[in-house]
Ligand binder design. Structure first.
Ligand code: MG
Ligand code: FE
Length: 170
């Protein structure tokens, strides 16, 4: 059981890094979404949600008697780099950001499903509950992006046809 607890703590530190990476990434996006007010508002909202998620993950670690001091950043950093690389030269950046955000939410959902299952395995109902809150929020965000991608794409294409700068401003 102690081994599983250590594993859970390890994965929680990964999740903490993931959420901090997400804050950074989403904040960067808000600077480029001025022509897409719905997406801008939702991304801003999710920045606030994500900060609370990081706090919950930290709370989980504290409950397990550990902390966030030795966080791993490997996975999170890789994703952040992939996104900035894909965005730098792309005129269709806003659409790519929408696709990326959807994929990132699915990544988060998978992470929280694993974490919830692990917390249940060691019988920590409170940690499981906190992680389930994060899971529900990621599911809500994923569902929002899924239903808004067509509109985002349409707005992008209309701007492009109208000869406006279809790409988001940088
Ligand atoms: Mg999150
Ligand atoms: Fe998220």
């Amino acid at each position: 059981m102690a081994e599983i607890k250590d594993t859970l703590a390890d994965w929680l530190r990964d999740a903490y890094a993931m959420e901090n990476q997400a804050v950074e990434m989403l904040e960067r996006q808000t600077e480029r979404l001025e022509h897409y007010p719905d997406m801008l508002a939702k991304v801003r909202e999710h920045v606030a949600v994500t900060r609370r998620q990081a706090d919950r993950v930290r709370e989980c670690l504290q409950r397990l008697g550990t902390d966030t001091s030795s966080i791993k950043t490997g996975i999170g950093m890789l994703i952040g780099n992939a996104q900035s690389l894909s965005g730098i030269f792309a005129s269709d950046e806003v659409v790519k950001a929408g696709i990326f955000n959807y994929a990132f939410e699915q990544f988060e959902i998978a992470n929280y499903r694993v974490l919830v299952a692990t917390a249940r395995q060691i019988g920590d109902a409170e940690v499981a509950r906190l992680l389930e809150e994060n899971l529900r929020e990621e599911e809500e965000m994923a569902a929002w992006i899924e239903s808004n991608l067509p509109q985002l794409t349409q707005t992008y294409l209309q701007r492009k046809m109208a000869g406006q700068h279809a790409e988001a401003k940088r």
